[in-house]
Ligand binder design. Structure first.
Ligand code: ZN
Length: 72
């Protein structure tokens, strides 16, 4: 999946606002350091995509084979 801004033609730089629900496997050392060794995305939703070039959110469309307009 990729994005494209219809307003200015940008296809490479976007601010993506997304909410994600994940399960992480967190590995703690006895010294209290933590590292995430595994991450599983349970739920994922893109709320808004803003073009970095022109600042438009309404003109950004999703390209994944077929073209669909983002809601909102
Ligand atoms: Zn743009």
């Amino acid at each position: 999946m990729s994005f494209r801004c219809d307003a200015c033609g940008n296809k490479t730089r976007f601010d993506v606002f997304e909410s994600k629900r994940v399960r992480t496997f967190q590995h703690f050392t006895l010294g209290g350091d933590m590292s995430v060794e595994e991450e599983e995305v349970l739920d994922h939703e893109i709320e808004k995509v803003v073009c970095r070039w022109c600042g438009s959110a309404a003109s950004v469309v999703v390209e994944n084979g077929e073209t669909a307009t983002l809601e909102g």
